[in-house]
Ligand binder design. Structure first.
Ligand code: 3H9
Length: 713
């Protein structure tokens, strides 16, 4: 077994190096190795001080997340936590100064080990954080206790409830880090350690009291945090648990606080929330691994790009490239449209600059990378073109025919279509192996999802390059198959259809939206359509009808089309499913929608009734999971985790609920199937159980069990 922790002595300073690639996680053996090395340094006459550092490209990125799933009970969790707390106390009690040298990231347990050292120095580009809440847990190795003592209550609450990483400079300003080392980190850390040894100083984080002395301020901070979390946590529990643990330590002292942390951690680590979030963490990384696509598949280097279409999507996509430092040509058909597109891009950047997210200098730099054009000049030099013109098949086909002519033979040709057939676009280009879908979500510069749509002829290079590019663009790329709407929008059609039918049956627009936001969605189905544009869906339906199809099998409510005919396109026209007053985005319920719903119900012979919140949630979620099962069965999505990642990043599905497929698993597939059958009996044959749902329910399995078995097989 490889040695996970190395001990060497450099002149008179012991160097303790954690060496557990890829991210130096605290896998079994690592904490024990550090413990033994610190004890050795304490006893070593050749060492006056010690430096704790990580090998490779990072310090410790946290506990080994895989291990959490193996904790069988509260008792085991508590027993393990006591051991790690005692271990960290031993480090802190070492009589010789211990300096932690941070590069890459010090996250979760990594930061907790760092805070148990007497001092911390960091490389300028290092980042630190307590991201445990993003996994449904809280810092479990004293982080909720030592952090407030180092940086104060407000910052500790912020870091432990939001889970974001902060830069070394901020960590320095907050008192979490003692010095930034420019140049050689290890040499700087050794010099720092020597200086503390010479001064005879060791400083224990757990004994620092000044930052938590003001109880009244602390109490006000906890109250304000809980109030804010009621909105922002969207039903997640872990952020509240983190506040509880910090509060216990600030009000009752380090020992009582540590005991509380251990208990609260045990509750969290065994929760459904944590199981879902951890599964999503690994699903996101799994999505980048494609069965049948070898690791050594050639990958093109994308150093320059072009986007055709400077509308809302095209502009947002161009911003993604510029943000990643890739120069991008932005082409429009006429000057007025190009000017409008550029003005929107500039406005978006100005809003970000006003919020302090980028400096004016950075804004000028990214803007200079976006080069407007009305022609295809320069397209022969770019590595990729993304087509983002109006969602019209003929128009898109003609663009692909142009692209086949004007670009280099190895140039990747991507379409941002949200629904149309990639294979037909590929044929139009004359270079189908290079063609692929890059489906971004609105607003494209913000939403992290990129559905990568594989056509029949997309080459391994085209696929591998697209997935690598997604990461470079700071997106989560998920490979999906080619069908109408791919994964996200195909399933969404069933989600929205159910919302529309529930409205006809008697539920209210605000009621349905409220049920879904209470579940944790950032916005309900009607509010979402008002943001995306009711005209967008209407045009897709028009196109489908022209081809003799519908978006979702079964009845279609006429109300969305009536809104379209009335020019109620949503927020952009001041009215859609809601009304909006003079530029405000606050939705105002509109009695007209009730009248339209009654008319539609009358036409279909439906007697309107009171619809319960439970029925709304159940029908919408069951419809989503049932279609998700079809998507899996047809191999449009490779794994249930891919669907859940798509919903988390594309639509803001509440991560702590895991995603539509994990949620169905948590309900139990026999229960989901029984609901589908019940709705079929009551509402009609368009409710058809997906064959995969029937097979899994009969076998007593969940979607994820089946995926694990398939991978293992
Ligand atoms: C914690 O610490 C609790 C404590 O309070 C309690 C202590 C007792 N464990 O993301 P990447 C794998 S909770 C196991 O693609 P990047 C990852 O699966 C933890 N594996 O790279 C992937 O494997 P593969 C708190 C981990 O450069 C590979 O490493 N810490 C862990 O884009 C590369 O990962 C966190 O939540 C882990 N902790 O980003 C940090 N971390 O190649 C979670 C990574 O087989 N990690 N892996 O697919 C991250 O945020 C990112 O991975 C990081 C690197 C920023 C570190």
């Amino acid at each position: 077994m490889p040695e996970l922790v190395h001990y060497t002595v450099h002149d008179d300073v012991a160097i303790i190096t954690v060496d557990n690639p890829p991210v130096n996680a605290l896998s079994p053996g690592v904490p024990e190795g550090i413990d033994a090395a610190v004890a050795r340094a304490a006893a070593d006459p050749a060492a006056r001080a010690a430096v704790l550092i990580g090998a490779g490209h990072t310090f410790i990125a946290g506990a080994d997340i895989k291990v959490f799933g193996t904790i069988p009970s509260r008792e085991v969790s508590i027993e393990r936590s006591h051991r790690i707390h005692a271990l960290l106390r031993r480090i802190e009690d070492c009589p010789k100064p211990i300096v932690c040298a941070i590069h890459g990231t010090a996250l979760g347990g990594g930061l907790e080990f760092a805070m148990a050292c007497h001092y911390r120095v960091a490389a300028p580009d290092a980042r630190i954080g307590q991201p445990e809440v993003l996994l449904g847990i809280i810092p479990g190795a004293g982080g909720t206790q030592r952090l407030p003592r180092l940086c104060g209550v407000a910052t500790a609450v912020e870091l432990c409830t939001q889970g974001q990483h902060i830069a070394a400079q901020r960590a320095l300003a907050e008192g979490i880090v003692d010095e930034i080392i420019e140049g050689d980190l290890l040499a700087g850390a050794i010099a720092f350690a020597r200086s503390r040894a010479a001064a005879g100083e060791t400083r224990k984080s757990r004994e620092l009291g000044a930052n938590i002395a003001d109880r009244a301020l602390a109490a006000a901070t906890f109250d304000a945090a809980r109030l804010a979390l009621r909105k922002s946590a969207r039903g997640a529990h872990a952020p509240f648990a983190a506040v509880d643990a910090i509060e216990a330590g600030v009000l009752r002292g380090f020992d009582a606080g540590s005991a509380a942390e251990i208990e609260i951690f045990a509750d969290c680590v065994l929760s459904e929330e944590s199981r879902n979030l951890i599964r999503l963490f690994f699903a996101e990384r799994e999505a980048a691994k494609i069965p049948g696509l070898p690791k050594d598949t050639p990958v093109g280097d994308i150093r320059s790009a072009a986007v055709v279409g400077a509308g809302t999507m095209g502009g947002g996509i161009a911003m993604n490239y510029a943000n990643a430092g890739i120069p991008v040509l932005l082409k429009e058909a006429d000057q007025a449209a190009l000017d409008r597109g550029l003005a929107t891009i500039r406005k978006n950047y100005e809003i970000s600059a006003a919020k302090g997210k980028l400096t004016l200098e950075q804004m000028q730099r990214v803007l200079s990378l976006i080069r407007p054009t009305l022609t295809y000049d320069g397209f022969d030099r770019v590595d990729i073109v993304v087509e983002a013109v109006f969602e019209n098949f003929d128009l898109k086909k003609s663009v692909f025919a142009d692209l086949g002519r004007v670009t280099r033979p190895d140039c990747i040709l991507a379409s941002n279509t949200s629904t149309l057939d990639i294979d037909q676009l590929a044929q139009s280009s004359g270079r189908p192996a290079n063609v692929i879908g890059h489906h971004f979500f609105s607003p494209a510069n913000v939403m992290k999802l990129m559905e990568v749509v594989r056509g029949r002829a997309s080459s391994p290079r085209t696929i591998a390059t697209s997935l690598k590019l997604a990461k470079k663009l700071n997106k989560v790329g998920v490979l999906v198959g080619n069908c109408f709407g791919f994964v996200a929008n195909r399933m969404l059609a069933y989600y929205l259809r159910e919302a529309h039918l529930l409205l006809e049956e008697g539920a209210g627009v605000p009621q349905i939206d409220q049920v879904m936001t209470a579940f944790g969605m950032p916005v309900g189905p009607f509010g979402m359509q008002d943001i995306a544009g009711i005209d967008v869906g209407a045009r897709i339906r028009q196109y489908l009808r022209s081809t003799g199809k519908t978006r979702a099998e079964g009845p279609e409510s006429p109300v969305p089309d009536w809104l379209y005919e009335m020019g109620r396109y949503g927020q952009k026209t001041g009215a859609g499913w809601y009304r909006y007053e003079s530029g405000s985005r606050a939705p105002i319920p509109d009695p007209l929608i009730e009248e339209l719903a009654e008319r539609a119900a009358g036409e279909r012979g439906i007697i309107r009734r009171t619809v319960s919140d439970d029925e709304i949630l159940s029908r919408i979620m069951v419809a989503l999971a049932n279609e998700g099962a079809n998507v899996l069965d047809e191999r449009i999505a490779i794994r249930p985790g891919d669907i859940d990642v798509i919903y988390a990043y594309g639509f803001g599905y509440p991560r702590h609920r895991g995603g539509p497929m994990a949620y169905a698993d948590s309900l139990g597939l026999p229960h989901v199937l029984a609901k589908v059958k019940k709705y079929r009996a009551r509402l009609g044959d368009h409710w058809q159980p997906a064959p995969l749902l029937e097979r899994l329910a009969a076998a007593g399995k969940g979607f994820y069990d089946a995926a694990t078995a398939a991978t293992a097989g």
